[in-house]
Design a binder for this molecule. Structure first.
Ligand SMILES: [Mg+2]
Length: 401
């Protein structure tokens, strides 16, 4: 089998029944500047959606498709336009090669992109790797998790990530109770404030934690995400104040580049510290692990190096006895990787009820937890197929040159 083409295709469609998609902002590192703190904090354009009237939103998603002479196409995505450009730049390296040789292709791409070991070029390599694993699964007529040695379970616990939901305490209390009743193993809320918002911001962060704990009850795992927006001294104060709400983890309290601060916060906190969503490859994770920065590792399959690299990161984390809870952007792929690892290495999957409705909009069989669990899929490959009935228009992206 040979790779014949690498294509990026934009598909557009209409998702209905989603009122007020962005109900709250999320703290960002940029918030230290007033001019950015006043903005919404999340641009729906970043994930290719436009909010319309009457609960309708226009979804515009780019998918990577790797074609072969065997008639098998590997599908990955959705991705943004920058990543589409970067994946197409790698086409010349891939065409004519056997798509089953995933390890060799990863190594070729890594060695070519010497200045892309972290960030968007590694995200492009990751996306290609995921599409190649889709081809491999379709070729062997097995789900990817079986090719990786799974499944280790028939279903996976899912936790709910409350990204973009209203963070008014009354709304949080009600929503947290509802999520707990729906059987999720845990839930995670996102702080809106960091050092730029002063004492009032700290009080609002604490009010969010308090409301979530009141709603979820004492026996439900509760996590909080700072999205890299705090800093060492702010985080050290907050971990003291948050301890009474018994977090199952605090996520990305400081910049991913300041690993010593991670370690200081971890040392000071009475509860686990999670991170790694913005870290890349086995070498990036080795740095976090060897410097005692995190209790929970959160690589993103589509960012940190793809299925090939996630497998290695999981092994590395198991050596350090640190669980991996994969960042939840590309949930169908994460389910495949998680299902192939010991429950002690990958105990659960992240599910974002609001965001994953968009990232999975074009799929025939989106992953949706029921009673807080996701059944391990048995479709060949990554288990994602485009539902043509949702596609209103389709355009192949080309970048000239
Ligand atoms: Mg996060």
């Amino acid at each position: 089998m040979e790779i014949t083409a690498v294509r990026c295709v934009r598909r557009e469609g209409t998702l209905s029944g989603v009122d007020n998609f962005v109900q709250s902002r999320v703290a960002r590192p940029l918030d230290v500047y007033d001019e950015f703190r006043d903005q919404s904090g999340f641009s729906v354009g970043d994930i290719g959606i436009t909010e319309g009237e009457g609960g309708e939103i226009q979804v515009s998603s780019v998918f990577l498709e790797i074609e072969t002479d065997a008639g098998i196409t590997g599908l990955a995505g959705p991705i943004g336009e920058t990543l589409a450009f970067l994946t197409l730049e790698l086409e010349e390296l891939l065409v004519g090669r056997d798509p089953l040789e995933t390890e060799k292709h990863w190594d070729l791409m890594y060695r070519r992109e010497v200045d892309g070991r972290k960030g968007e070029r590694m995200m492009a390599i990751s996306t290609i790797d995921c599409a190649l694993w889709d081809i491999k699964g379709k070729h062997y007529r097995e789900p990817v998790h079986r090719l990786l040695g799974g499944p280790t379970r028939t279903e996976l616990p899912a936790y709910a990530s409350m990204f973009l939901y209203d963070t008014d305490p009354t709304a949080v209390r009600e929503r947290a109770a509802d999520i707990e009743e729906r059987g999720y193993s845990a839930q995670k809320w996102f702080f809106q404030h960091g050092p730029g918002s002063g004492e009032e911001g700290k009080r609002k962060n604490i009010a969010l934690a308090e409301a979530a704990r009141e709603g979820a009850g004492d026996d439900h795992d509760l996590m909080f995400d700072c999205w890299m927006s705090w800093g060492r001294s702010y985080a050290l104060e907050m971990v003291d104040r948050l301890a009474r709400y018994d977090p199952a983890w605090l996520e990305e309290p400081v910049s991913p580049d300041i690993i010593d601060s991670y370690a200081d916060v971890r040392e000071a906190a009475d509860f686990p510290i999670a991170g790694g969503e913005h870290e890349y490859t086995r070498w990036g994770f080795q740095e976090l692990l060897s410097r005692n920065a995190i209790d929970v590792a959160q690589p993103d399959t589509y960012w940190a190096g793809g299925v090939s690299e996630l497998d290695k990161i999981c092994t590395l984390c198991s050596v350090h006895d640190i669980p991996v809870v994969i960042h939840g952007f590309s949930v169908p792929t994460n389910v495949q990787v998680t299902a192939a690892q010991s429950p002690t290495v990958c105990p659960q999957v992240e599910y974002l009820p609001r965001l994953n409705a968009v990232t999975q909009f074009f799929f025939e069989d989106p992953v949706e937890p029921e009673n807080g669990t996701v059944p391990v899929p048995d479709d060949p490959g990554m288990g994602i197929r485009i539902d043509d009935s949702k596609v209103e228009s389709e355009t192949e992206l080309e970048f000239g040159g």
